[in-house]
Design a protein around this ligand. Structure first.
Ligand SMILES: Nc1ncnc2c1ncn2[C@@H]1O[C@H](COP(=O)(O)OP(=O)(O)OP(=O)(O)O)[C@@H](O)[C@H]1O
Ligand SMILES: O=P(O)(O)OC[C@H]1O[C@H](OP(=O)(O)OP(=O)(O)O)[C@H](O)[C@@H]1O
Ligand SMILES: [Mg+2]
Length: 302
């Protein structure tokens, strides 16, 4: 493939490995963005749209998008802030995966209990910028003199090992389940930020003609993300209980009510957030709903 074959195509950056990669491939499949990636090739043409996918490290994507070298990208909010590209990129969608927290961690058994105890000591991290900002404001607040300020040291990965190797008094790293942190004998004493994966575009697009395609891809991905957040709930309920049922499952606009042959009863069909569905089913059963059924969505536009 040469640069000519990319001419006029929308360039869409996808994390090439790591925690976000698989989820991004699922999103692309859900949005019917079809491609075949040849082994070891990081650029590939999409078959059914005027798009080329560019597989890049998640941490490089904010600057590629911010500088307009690619038009669209998926990465973590943490890496956008770490690369100081938030002024140059526009976040168009939260994607609901890659959720974790950037936390200050110290050995569970040690003397350091608070970030104030850690201030002035050695902190190892892959997030030099965010950790630097966090400890600068802490050191300022504690009025630490120049020679007593917190020392931030960069490592590229396996940050959790730094304390047991004697290289650090504390670390700043990502925590999702907390398994890695606990396995290293660490615990969190502060949260620097919460993050999730987002779709971003350049704040000053180089190719305005691609805007309609950017809109199309964005709304397709939004549909896949929304489909993952909702289920369809169907149940039968006595007409007299309809008011109570609608209070439990109000739907996005309103529940769909269909008549049944038995005039005392109606069928209800309604979208419910996945996180609320178990409670909603309990409540519906309590007011006498029957035949409550839940259906997953493959895709939707809401
Ligand atoms: N444990 C996790 N749970 C959820 N999201 C995570 C987790 N770890 C990282 N992320 C998100 O994924 C982004 C990329 O991190 P990841 O560690 O996958 O990339 P990487 O370091 O390039 O890959 P690898 O760790 O395979 O070398 C992070 O910036 C963060 O937004
Ligand atoms: O709280 P948990 O669910 O355990 O997840 C947190 C871990 O996930 C990430 O590491 P990753 O697996 O990407 O390895 P890395 O440190 O080599 O990047 C992150 O850097 C933590 O180490
Ligand atoms: Mg990693």
């Amino acid at each position: 493939m040469n640069a000519d074959s990319l001419d006029g195509r929308l360039l869409f950056a996808i994390p090439k490995k790591g925690r976000l990669h698989e989820k991004c491939l699922e999103l692309l499949a859900g949005a019917d963005i079809q491609f075949r990636r040849h082994a070891r090739l990081d650029v590939c043409l999409v078959k059914n749209h005027n798009i080329a996918l560019v597989f890049l490290p998640a941490s490089d994507i904010p600057s590629f998008v911010g500088k307009g070298n690619v038009d669209l990208g998926i990465t973590g909010q943490d890496v956008i802030l770490e690369s100081e590209m938030q002024e140059h990129v526009t976040e168009t969608l939260k994607l609901g995966f890659g959720k974790c927290a950037l936390q200050v961690q110290v050995p569970e058994a040690g003397d350091i209990k608070t970030v104030e105890d850690l201030a002035g000591k050695r902190v190892v991290t892959s997030f030099e910028v965010l950790a630097g900002q966090y400890f600068k404001s802490l050191d300022d607040r504690l009025q630490l003199p120049e020679d007593k300020r917190t020392k931030i040291e960069y490592v590229g990965g396996s940050v959790e090992a730094a304390c047991s190797l004697g290289l650090a008094d504390g670390i700043v790293d990502l925590v999702e389940s907390g398994d890695t942190m606990r396995a290293a004998g660490l615990h969190a004493i502060a949260t620097v930020l919460q993050t999730e994966a987002v779709l971003i575009k350049s704040s000053t697009p180089k190719h305005p003609a691609l805007e309609p395609l950017i809109q199309l891809v964005t709304s397709r991905i939004a549909g896949v993300v929304a489909a993952g957040r909702y289920v369809v709930c169907e149940y039968n309920i006595r007409r007299t209980k309809l008011h109570d049922a609608a209070a439990i499952t109000p739907g996005r606009r309103a529940p769909t009510i269909s008549p049944l042959e038995d005039e005392e009863w109606v069928a209800v069909s309604v979208m419910v957030e996945k996180s609320k569905i178990a409670n909603a089913m309990d409540e519906l059963a309590k007011i006498g709903a029957e035949d409550i059924m839940i259906f997953n969505l493959d895709n939707c536009r809401v």
